[in-house]
Design a protein around this ligand. Sequence first.
Ligand SMILES: C[S@@+](CC[C@H](N)C(=O)[O-])C[C@H]1O[C@@H](n2cnc3c(N)ncnc32)[C@H](O)[C@@H]1O
Length: 443
Amino acid sequence: MSTPGGAAIRAAAARAVAAVAVHGRRLEDAVAAATQGGVPRPAVQSLSFGTVRWHFELAACLSILLDRPGSKQDPEVRALMLVGLFQLQHGATPEHAAVSETVEAMRALGRPRAAGLVNAVLRRFQRERQAVVAAAHASRAARHAHPEWMLDAFARDWPADWESIAAAGNAEPPMWLRVNARRLAREDYRARLAASGLAAEPCPFAPQALRLAEPVAVDTLPGFADGEVSVQDAAAQLAPFFLAAGPGMRVLDACAAPGGKACHVAELEPDLAELVAVDIDAARATRIESNLARLRLSAHVVVGDAGQPATWWDGRPFERILLDVPCSGTGVIRRHPDIKLLRRADDVARFAVQQAALLRTCWGLLAPGGRLVYASCSVLAAENAGVVGGFMAEEPAAVEVTESARLLLPGALPWRPAGPGCALRSGAADADGFYYACLEKKT
Ligand SMILES: C[S@@+](CC[C@H](N)C(=O)[O-])C[C@H]1O[C@@H](n2cnc3c(N)ncnc32)[C@H](O)[C@@H]1O
């Protein structure tokens, strides 16, 4: 039996995939735009995220299946064929429904004449799947469904683990929760989840983190609207422990939106003298405000450039600074699979320049004896140890204390010393890839 609205869902997914692959849009924005006409968003999201996640494999299969792969194709027709191949190769829809709904979607896309081509491609894939996939997998990029340059970078930085990093990037992400420590204990919230029929496991190294057995819509989480819980990956939940902000301290979160880490810092230390949360992006900064309001926390939210403090800083140094830098996002690809299509090899060096400049500037705002935590959700050394090591080489007052801070963390952390800093491989303990380095300013 076919799904109601199945053709419209597939047409919307194809529009979203084409917007990413051809026009360089972010997938979340593309899904929002493609579902404006009332097409059910979760279904479009699932198909388009899956297609983008496996894009490098599916595109290689499509080239084999098309008689003239190099010929110019309508981007949405091509994207719809990829959506069809995704369903056959990785989806759960019965194959006959996947094919017929995808062919029907050509009409919903206003390209009825391409229906025959889509039908032929998908049916050939059904018949010759094993041989087509084997031929596609001759390419490493197709086999691991990542761009070649990224696999090279993973292999250079993680020689023993690059394949697991790629596999983690292709996995469906788990849903991690952060229990609001000001409101209730993790075990008590876990019991509330169980009472609502939701199973969750505690994280061994992030004390407020629970991993749901199955992701759910946030608004179905007990106490979410009331601020008892937030959604945040376990690796991201380590920031306040590295920061170790205490009573009476002035704390800066220099790249704060949407406020996940700033709110966690505030949850754990109610007696801060001040928490200043800066972000350059005004729209994203409003999400800091709404998260603070939901969690009944307060902070001074500033829309500003952390690299230009003269426009927003009152000149009083901070005892603690969290610098969660803009980065390639290579540690969170499972959550944002469009990173594989949108990032280019030379973006990494550009990010590193920007990160080094932010680190130098923020260091100037740190009080003597204070601590700065540099964090990123990249697994690439150029954005992590490369930036921090380069900074330390030119700043004699910077002393690395990552290791002593890490030893105070509860539970065994699946980390790797990154010289300087510590790196978490994506997928280890089912957490995102992350990097932390703690630097203190010698008095
Ligand atoms: C990795 S995200 C931060 C996530 C955040 N710390 C959290 O836990 O929710 C990086 C943020 O840096 C912001 N950003 C980029 N360049 C900036 C700059 N020069 N000054 C301040 N914020 C910046 C981006 O808008 C983005 O929100």
